[in-house]
Design a binder for this molecule. Sequence first.
Ligand code: NAP
Length: 531
Amino acid sequence: MKIAIIGAGSSGLTSIKCCLDEGLEPTCFERSDDIGGVWRFAHEVESGRASIYESVVSNTSKELMCFSDFPYPENFPNYLHNSKMLEYYRMYANHFGLLKYIQFKTLVISVRKCSDFASTGQWSVTTEKEGQQETAVFDAVMICSGHHSEPHFPLDSYPGIKQFKGQYFHSREYKTSTGYQGKRVVIIGMGNSATDIGVELSRTAAQVFLSTKRGSWVIRRVSDNGYPSDVLANRRFHNWMRNILPSDLVMWNTEKKFNQWFDHVNYGLQPTDRSQFKEPLFNDDLPSRITCGSLLVKTSVREITETAVQFDDGTVEENIDVIIFATGYNYCFPFLDESVIKIDSSRTYLYKNIIPPNLEKATLGILGLIQPLGPIMPTTELQARWISRIFKGLCRFPPINEVMDELEKDRKIFIKRYGTTRENRLQVDFIEYLDSLASDIGVKPNILRLFLTDPLLALAVCFGPCTPAQFRLQGPGKWPQARKQIMTTWDRIIKSSKTRTVKSQGPRFVTAALLLAILCLVVLLLSIFIN
Ligand code: NAP
């Protein structure tokens, strides 16, 4: 079977590998001249390609966000700068020999159903390279083109921007803090881009204002006892508890935990509508910049004039030099007929968040159009493993009525958990989503059997971080080193931060307890003596 893969970012690379694992014939089309997608930093913004700033560091940690059978080198830090991510992708591509399947500088112009689609499920894919167009027929298509290249730039909502005399642009144009020294900057939006950029600029700019409609919870990368926050949060046991306990109790506990670091009310950050879930921010420095006063949190923008910005609470900030719209992204698939995928402002309609439900044949999937509460890479990898087996007929694709029923069921659960905001429409629960794909493939860890055959491993799977290797313990694509990988997770996490060997000197409380005991004895003796 010939498979067209669109895009050679992380999803595209793992799709090539998963196709090869299943004996399929992949051809990957990449519009630029290199791999890496969103994680390949460029000093200039390139049209149609995702653009990141130079300082971007991952907000999930390496043990959780690796591909399931290809761990990061042990000397890589827990959270990775974009250059390290790219280095990892190069290693992955070289190790599995993926580069020869990629046609670089090749833009996909259109993906259309062949005239006999209802019987063959084939697609006609037209590409353009150096001005030459070419069309070829493929048995299936995997779309891995990402969803961070089309900026959501709501200038219409800010008519005053036309008279603003300073500089304004979307966050995708931001590259480094050079040139903002001494400036007064307003950033609109409160996602991870806004806060990363705000924190960075607050070190050199005269003043940074962060304007938010809804506020947000903020999570540290470095969590309890110095462990990465995501490895502590993404554990099967926690997930079970979250599902068993009443949701109000879970939310109360979660908010308590968020506020243990700092009180979000006192920092102007607490989400206004706490019933509507919002992707948390990952930022270790934000409260520190706020408490130092170099970054101030403001309400929504009411009006923009030639030189000033007025906020909804009536306050006005004068002499503004720069306004950055960190207002997120839209997604679109310009090469795809609109009848193939239905997108609306509150939800995407894809079976398992991958396949458009209305296709006569399940031969097209959109990978990575998803926002898990965990890392995206192992998620798209499992999507690729799942869909390549759907293409081969090794995984069951249900009849349309079952598909529609499941979509409706998912929609109801989704709205209850995440609400209906535009920003949440791609949200999924990390472990539950992975498990649902893994069950179909036959690679979901069988916990009961593990407890009977390998209790130590079972404990690590239940109570340890839900690392991607858990989906390589059994079934198709089983990886012999998966067990070792799981059992040594904590060692690697510590190893990458403990680059200076320090001898543990034993707990100080032993000395403290001894002193306390002596003190008690003295008090006792004195009281006996005095009486
Ligand atoms: P985003 O998460 O979509 O956030 C955009 C924010 O803009 C919204 O939360 C909203 O904030 C505000 N907004 C949206 N429409 C608006 C409007 N019409 N007017 C005013 N404000 C509006 O976008 P992003 O921050 O660019 O992030 C995109 C994705 O990349 C996210 O998944 C993010 O986690 C990821 N990312 C990751 C990293 C990293 O790994 N280090 C860094 C950056 C981004 P309010 O409702 O609060 O106003």
